[in-house]
Design a protein around this ligand. Structure first.
Ligand code: G6P
Length: 661
């Protein structure tokens, strides 16, 4: 969470920063800000509204510069108020944007306060700015003072002072009001080469926690410095321009060439050069990657919201994620997969949010199809408890972004406990998670912009199903005839998903009723229970309706007390072995006046009636039925939120990738 975009070029980079922020808003949108270096001093504007407000302020302020940085925030330390918005300044000379959490910020704050630094925000990030400043050599700070005086004079005497005295006089300026300070004074101050990068290298040694930073210093107007540990940062290579960003998406349209920094790297950028040092301070070479399809990201096309677009992209996302992998060969997961799959005798799935629900669904598959005992853990819980590890465990980390701090930490913890065989199921090839596991399976959902996961979730399910059948084969639990049947079911998925999408008008009709409610209950059984959880999550996160999900058999143990005619109860009712049990649960709801909304299949004989509205789902897809119901519930949540007029792609208080714990 939080997005950084920074640039240094021989031309004005302000439009690049603003466009970059627009593309990074999915990472957090509590506040945003931009700082540029003009006339030897940093200037900034910040907003607690959205990027469009910031853009208007920037235009009004007439910002233009070849060096700058911008930030969009998801608040952790300190409320979303202007003082806490980034960029953060230190002594009016350093500007810094930070993504992550500095765990030892209190100790650093105390030490820096003792050195005379004044803190004006509640952020943990402010300590980084002051720390870097405190580590700059005294000569650099003295060197800077002439520049600062000039900048102050310019601010005092207005914009004309940003130009030469002769130019201002030519334009009719009042000679008395224009200080006789030559513009050349600024350019004559040669930058103290590397002082900022050295100070950043020294500063990051003192930081505990996670950070990606971009920083510039007035005394080095030709350079920006970036550093990362735990939070992502990518270098973009442009024409006489270099960039830093939290996600390559920020730079779509600017460049297709990227260098993904590694943990502990510090990078120094000028318009012409890129110098990277690793965590030991040694010069480092990093691979240059070319990403050609970034420009396609970010266009809404005929859709109102990214979430809607992403829901409708699912047939394609699934087809691409499955292509060439429905051979169920271990090699789809990496070269070493066969050896690992033959060795392991249990699975541990670690994930957060929707990815966790994908993992919960997979537990049903892995145990019933591959006979593999499977434990599914919320990453933020697993990382802090004392589980009983087993060396023959396949640790499966599931994450759309591959960046989620808790999942990364849980994975590291599982490794530290001696469970070395790990697999990442991830949508981002360049993510930290993929680098930290021996095996990986990349879903091909494409970039997901809407905060609420949709296509990434169903692509994860497809990946987990492929994993299940592959493990089932390795473990001699899946016969060739069953393998063929699973392959056919997978290949049929895109068609089946299109049929679910065609049910949209019926779900819009449901949504009209839901929009007026404040609570909802979701019921499912077996492998559809996690889909009920996902349906409730989707509804609450984007429509702000309180929603809970239960295994239908649990109804009588508490939630039935909530059922009145004001409570819509959504039932996932596939035509499976649990249908009759589920029907009994539905009777329990109807007997208490509850309003039932059932996603039923043709043979279930659940039809609309008084107190019951049924939607006829496409034919049962065997074990893949959860994917179809998930899509129907996405449409219900989307249209309910739309009817309530919420900010669907950027729900309040949330962010897409959660890089803090
Ligand atoms: C956030 C997102 C969710 C996502 C979860 C886990 O909460 O809003 O949509 O499911 O993070 O993210 P991951 O990238 O690890 O799948």
């Amino acid at each position: 969470m939080c997005g950084i975009v920074s640039a240094i070029a021989r031309h004005n980079i302000v439009p690049v920063l603003i466009e970059g922020l627009r593309r990074l808003e999915y990472r957090g949108y509590d506040s945003c800000g931009i700082a540029v270096l003009t006339d030897g001093a940093p200037r900034r504007v910040r907003s607690i509204a959205r990027v469009e407000d910031l853009a208007a302020q920037v235009e009004k302020a007439g910002f233009a510069s070849g060096i700058g940085l911008a930030h969009t925030r998801w608040a952790t330390h300190g409320a979303p108020v202007p003082d806490n918005a980034h960029p953060i300044f230190s002594r009016e000379t350093i500007a810094l944007a930070h993504n992550g959490i500095i765990e030892n910020h209190e100790a650093l704050r105390k030490a820096l306060s003792a050195q005379g630094y004044t803190f004006v925000s509640q952020t943990d990030s402010e300590v980084i700015a002051h720390l870097i400043h405190s580590l700059l050599p005294a000569s650099s700070l003295e060197h800077f003072s002439a520049r600062l005086l000039l900048a102050r004079a310019r601010r005092q005497y207005g914009d004309r002072c940003g130009r030469s005295r002769s130019a201002s006089l030519r334009d009719g300026g009042d000679p008395a009001a224009i200080p006789n300070t030559r513009n050349d004074d600024v350019t004559q101050c040669k930058p103290l080469k590397n002082a900022l990068a050295d100070a950043v290298r020294a500063a990051v040694q003192q930081l505990r926690g996670a950070y990606a930073i971009a920083v510039f210093h007035s005394a080095e107007p030709h350079c920006i410095v970036g550093a990362r540990r735990g939070s992502p940062l990518v270098v973009g290579i442009g024409e006489e321009a270099h960039f830093l960003a939290s996600d390559a998406i920020a730079l779509a349209g600017e460049t297709e060439r990227f260098i993904f920094l590694e943990d502990g790297d510090v990078v120094e950028l000028t318009a012409d050069t890129v110098n990277i040092t690793d965590s030991n301070g040694a010069r480092a070479e990093r691979e240059l990657r070319v990403l050609t399809s970034l420009h396609q990201i970010g266009a809404l096309g005929p859709y109102q919201h990214f979430m809607q677009k992403e829901i409708f992209e699912q047939p394609r996302a699934l087809a691409e994620s499955i292509a060439q992998r429905d051979t169920f060969l271990p090699s789809c997961f990496g070269e070493r997969a066969r050896a690992v799959f033959e060795r392991i005798d249990r699975a541990l799935i670690l994930a957060c949010g929707s990815s966790y629900y994908a993992g919960l669904t997979a537990k049903y598959w892995l145990e019933s199809i591959a006979a593999l005992p499977t434990q599914v853990e919320i990453a933020s819980e697993y990382r802090y408890r004392s589980p009983v590890p087993h060396p023959d465990t396949l640790v499966v980390a599931i994450s759309q972004s591959g960046e989620t701090a808790d999942t990364l930490a849980a994975l590291k913890y599982a490794h530290a406990l001696g469970q070395a065989q790990s697999l990442a199921i991830c949508n981002v090839a360049t993510s930290a998670m993929v680098r930290q596991t021996a095996l990986s399976f990349l879903t091909r959902a494409g970039a997901e912009i809407g905060v609420a996961s949709t296509k990434a979730f169903t692509a994860q399910l497809a990946a987990l199903f492929i994993l299940t059948v592959t493990l089932g084969k390795v473990r001699a639990r899946v016969a060739p005839s069953a393998e063929d049947a699973y392959r056919q079911q997978l290949r049929h998925l895109p068609v089946a998903l299109n049929r679910v999408l065609a049910l949209e008008p019926h779900l819009i009709a449901w949504a009209e009723t839901f929009a007026g409610k404040e609570n909802a209950l979701f019921l499912g059984r077996g492998m559809h229970y996690p889909i009920a959880l996902e349906g409730a999550l989707k509804l609450k996160e984007i429509s702000y309706i309180h929603a809970e999900a239960y295994p239908a058999g649990e109804l009588k143990h508490g939630p039935l007390a909530l059922v009145t005619d004001a409570m819509p109860v959504v039932a996932i009712a596939p035509n499976d072995a649990l249908l009759e049990k589920l029907k009994s649960n539905l009777h329990e709801v109807r007997a208490r006046g509850g309003q039932l909304y059932a996603l039923a299949e043709p043979e279930t004989r659940i039809d609309s009636d008084i107190g019951l509205r049924a939607i006829r789902m496409p034919e049962h897809e065997g074990p893949l039925s959860p994917l179809l119901h998930a899509v129907a519930l996405q449409l219900l949540a989307y249209h309910t939120a739309r009817a309530r007029g919420t900010d669907i792609d950027k729900p309040r208080n949330l962010a897409k990738s959660v890089t803090v714990e």
